[in-house]
Write a protein that binds this ligand. Structure first.
Ligand code: IPE
Ligand code: IPE
Ligand code: MG
Length: 230
């Protein structure tokens, strides 16, 4: 039987998909959808903190998304910058630890620097951890880890290998939510999701409100996690 503490996921991952279609339905440019997505992020972070979730991992940009048109990417980078200038510092002052997983070197220097600076000011032992996956791809992460391991030499274990991943020190996601109707992980946390519960909804991310988030958590609390046991 599930213990009481396991009714609430420690780490929730969200694949925030559907911004473009949300905007298209309103005959607006995709950037309008990304803007609305950022507004949802701000609210969901508050909701997750209020509920007592310890880690929220948000998929903001995949390695594959870097092949999108330049204008869309520039719009996204401008949004990241705004978030890290206007919102993230307040969160850090309120004891939220912010961390980036992924390769920031492909982003414009000023954006990457701002993100790194805010993350560096985060406390390690914060009660709430907000993790953004930016230019993140799980395969790239695993290859990077394999290269670190090869440089060191010797055999790896699951334990030692996972220390080379971006997510070192972060518990595996108990629950992964994907909005936007697609039934796939799109290169998100492949290693870490070995025993994650998956929750898919057709709701486009800008419409994924607190009520729907709580509905996903409720469904999670009813899942029977066996981890291979009987
Ligand atoms: C997800 O929304 C956000 C990012 C990938 C940056 P999309 O931009 O993929 O929106 P859709 O899937 O085209 O609707
Ligand atoms: C996944 O969405 C990536 C993010 C939400 C950041 P995509 O829109 O890139 O995924 P695919 O292309 O539909 O698999
Ligand atoms: Mg998409």
């Amino acid at each position: 039987m599930a213990g009481k503490e396991s009714l609430l996921p420690r780490n929730v991952g969200i694949i925030m998909d559907g911004n473009g279609r949300w905007a298209k339905r309103r005959l607006m440019p995709r950037s309008f959808g990304h803007d609305a997505g950022m507004k949802r992020i701000i609210k969901l972070v508050e909701c997750a903190r209020g509920i007592g979730i310890k880690y929220l991992t948000l998929y903001a940009l995949s390695t594959e998304n870097l092949s999108r048109p330049k204008e869309e990417l520039e719009g996204l980078y401008a949004l990241f910058l705004r978030y890290f200038e206007e919102y993230a510092p307040k969160l850090v002052n309120e004891d939220v630890a912010i961390r980036i997983i992924g390769d920031l070197s492909a982003l414009p220097q000023n954006v990457a620097d701002k993100m790194r600076e805010v993350c560096a000011r985060s406390k390690k032992d914060a009660p709430f951890h907000l993790i953004f996956a930016v230019n993140y791809g799980s395969r790239a992460e695993i290859v990077r880890a394999a290269n670190f391991a090869a440089e060191l030499g010797g055999k790896v274990t699951e334990e030692s290998f996972s220390r080379f991943l971006y997510t070192y020190g972060v518990p595996d996601p108990d629950l992964i939510i994907r909005t936007g109707g697609e039934l796939r992980l799109s290169n998100f946390l492949l290693w870490q999701s070995a025993y994650s519960e998956l929750y898919f909804t057709d709701t486009l991310f800008p419409d994924f409100d607190d009520k729907q988030f709580k509905k996903a958590l409720k469904e999670f609390s009813r899942r029977n996690r066996r981890f291979g046991k009987v």
